[in-house]
Design a binder for this molecule. Structure first.
Ligand SMILES: Nc1nc2c(ncn2[C@@H]2O[C@H](COP(=O)(O)OP(=O)(O)O)[C@@H](O)[C@H]2O)c(=O)[nH]1
Ligand SMILES: [Mg+2]
Length: 319
């Protein structure tokens, strides 16, 4: 069995210890690694799993300094207390790839290093702010076969290019009290309506209360009164953590996971294609939107690699 297929089979069997090897493989950008990555993804595709990967893929996105990493320390502890295994892929926008090494801050998320059911990894960012590298998409898809929860932490300030929404089942947007950004982006329609809005630093008191009230008003004004707004504090003793975990779970229970995952696989294939074939390749497909529309007509059973092959044939004029 090839390395990729072996890793995929072990994830399918629930082996969490392969998580570092899985991330190393998907971050290997040499041409030689491509078949192994495709084999990995095929092993964790719905056809091999007999359904969608059971893990809940959660996007946590917000501006730098909003309190994402501090909050994640408590969320990880909360999920563990509920018996869930957790993988966190922390996308570091300041990270630069250099000969395979990641330079930049390590994710400052506190966790018990002896706990085998927690895996935390920094990953390089994609090209644009809020962008995801194909490696992060692949890692999230693969790890969701074994971990109960897969978090992708990204830096974004609310613009529509926050690509984590393509991959995650549930997106929580983190808002720092006193910063009007999210409010403006919401009202102006620049920001897609998040699944859950989180106001951090609730310990700051009135400013956090006001932020929460303003967000509720903004959500009402855009007709999204059902979106949960949760206030949390990460200063010990933390507050709001269980409410946030409940809101995230309630969101997932309310959506059609299979439909969202199908869309995620198609966008994943398109992102891989764009990385491999560049702007000229995307033009050969008639542009991103046209390519996405065409992908929507393809067999829902195709995995990411098969969709990528179909895109390459189409771009090459082969159908
Ligand atoms: N008062 C207060 N400060 C916080 C809270 N959460 C984070 N911080 C502080 O805000 C800063 C940024 O936090 P961090 O978690 O690194 O934010 P990230 O950049 O979004 O990951 C740090 O100085 C934290 O100590 C909170 O709940 N209350
Ligand atoms: Mg952080």
């Amino acid at each position: 069995m090839s390395e990729g297929a072996d890793l995929g089979a072990r994830l399918r069997a629930g082996d969490l210890t392969v998580a570092p090897a899985v991330c190393n493989l998907v971050e290997n950008r040499t041409a030689a690694a491509r078949p192994a990555i495709a084999a990995l993804l095929a092993e964790v595709a719905p056809a091999a799993l007999g359904g969608e990967a059971p893990g809940h893929v959660v996007g946590i996105t917000g501006p730098p300094g909003a309190g994402k990493s501090s909050l994640l320390s408590w969320l990880v502890a909360g999920w563990r207390a509920r018996g869930r295994s957790v993988a966190v892929l922390a996308v570091d926008p300041s990270s630069k790839r250099s000969g395979g090494a990641l330079l930049g801050d390590r994710a400052r998320i506190d966790f018990d290093p002896a706990d085998r059911a927690v895996f935390i990894r920094s990953m390089a960012a994609g090209e644009r702010l809020g962008g995801l590298a194909p490696a992060t998409r692949a890692a999230a898809h693969a790890l969701a076969a074994a971990f109960d929860v897969v978090v992708i932490e990204t830096v974004g300030v609310g613009q529509s290019e926050t690509e984590v929404a393509d991959v995650a089942d549930t997106v929580a947007v983190i808002v720092q009290p006193g910063s009007g950004d999210a409010l403006q982006f919401l009202k102006s329609g620049i920001m897609e309506i998040p699944d859950v809005l989180v106001v951090t630093k609730a310990d700051l008191g009135v400013i956090a209360t006001r932020a929460r009230r303003d967000l509720h008003a903004a959500l009402r004004s855009v007709g999204a009164r059902d979106t949960a707004v949760v206030a949390v504090s990460s200063v010990p003793p933390p507050t709001g953590i269980d409410d946030l975990l409940d809101a995230v779970e309630a969101h997932r229970a309310s959506i059609d996971v299979a439909a969202r995952r199908l869309e995620a696989r198609r966008l994943h294939a398109l992102a891989d294609f764009a990385e491999e074939h560049g702007a000229a390749g995307v033009r050969a497909l008639g542009g991103r939107r046209a390519a996405a529309r065409w992908l929507a007509t393809q067999d829902p059973g195709l995995d990411v690699a098969a969709l990528g092959g179909a895109l390459a044939r189409r771009a090459g004029g082969g159908g």
